[in-house]
Design a protein around this ligand. Structure first.
Ligand SMILES: C[S@@+](CC[C@H](N)C(=O)[O-])C[C@H]1O[C@@H](n2cnc3c(N)ncnc32)[C@H](O)[C@@H]1O
Length: 282
């Protein structure tokens, strides 16, 4: 997918056309997913992601080379007095975000900007893929399995020790009732002034409009064919989530991005939500 035009950043929610409104209404036609099935999806969440990685191995997600462009903080802060800064990638999958960053810092030996990386995922298989990557070096990175909605993470990372947490297309895979648990955990792990870098699906992204009747669990929450779930975020609710849990909002906006799917020859407009949130110092 190649971008057609520069990305547009806005805090305005996309206005739906009449046919898009109709698509969203049609999603309710067969009612919402039953409570029984919705509960089962929550119980099976880890299993479903693990099966996802069994099927797709390392082929599904592309390396995320845009991260340093979008999040300058990853580059422009020098090491702190205590040595390396610590970055934690939550829901790392097979490492498409951490390994390009690690490679970049290995290529630039003079860089004053060095991270120690932590990476966790729900899926044991995904973590195995990270650990067996040729770039995996315990001197530079620790990967571990954990459910970020629980207290498990505190067995692996010391409180108040992180400079940056990245949450990239992960919160959308978690039930909205547990968003607050995730943000509370990140708050405990970050140093005062530490940053959360967030990017995920935005409200009315085309992936949301494409869901068929029978896949809607609740407002803006859907289940895919493989049992994994996807939530679509409004700018206001993400701001509120971080503000209410001890962060300040540095930036937070929808990113409208037009890409060309060369294989299908179609122009695909995407909407993501991208934000930076700083743990308050007091
Ligand atoms: C859409 S993938 C994104 C992977 C990666 N961040 C990337 O951008 O390529 C979502 C990831 O979140 C993980 N995940 C889902 N729920 C989780 C949870 N409760 N705790 C930790 N990871 C979770 C999944 O296993 C999956 O690898």
């Amino acid at each position: 997918m190649d971008p057609l035009e520069p990305d547009v950043f806005t805090t305005k929610t996309k206005e739906l056309t009449p046919s898009e409104k109709q698509k969203l209404e049609e999603q309710n036609k067969r009612g919402l997913v039953s409570e029984f099935k919705a509960n089962k999806l929550e119980i099976d969440a880890q299993r479903n992601w693990d099966i996802f990685y069994k099927r797709n191995e390392t082929r599904f997600f592309k390396d995320r080379h845009w991260t340093t462009r979008e999040f300058q903080e990853l580059l422009d802060q020098p090491e702190t007095e205590g040595g390396k800064r610590n970055l934690f990638e939550v829901g790392c999958g097979v490492g498409n975000l951490v390994f390009p960053l690690l490679e970049e810092q290995n290529d630039d030996k003079d860089s004053a900007n060095r991270f120690y990386f932590y990476a966790c995922d729900f899926s044991p298989r995904a973590v195995d893929f990270v650990r067996s990557n040729s770039l995996y070096d315990p001197e530079q990175i620790t990967a571990f399995q954990c459910d970020i909605t629980t207290q498990q993470v505190h067995e692996n990372i010391a409180p108040g020790s992180l400079d940056v947490c990245t949450l990239i297309f992960v919160l959308s895979a978690i039930h909205p009732h547990k968003f607050q648990d995730v943000v509370e955990n990140l708050w405990k792990l970050l140093k005062p002034g530490g940053l959360v870098l967030f990017r995920d699906y935005g409200l009315y992204d085309m992936a949301q409009l494409r869901f068929k009747p029978g896949n809607k669990i609740s407002e803006n929450l859907y289940v895919r064919q493989d049992g994994t779930r996807s939530y679509f975020f409004s700018e206001q609710e993400v701001a509120q989530l971080f503000l209410e849990n001890g962060f300040e909002v540095i930036t937070n906006a929808y990113v409208h991005r037009r890409t060309l799917n060369l294989k299908e020859g179609i122009d695909v407009p995407r909407i993501f939500l991208q934000g930076k949130f700083r743990k308050k110092s007091t």
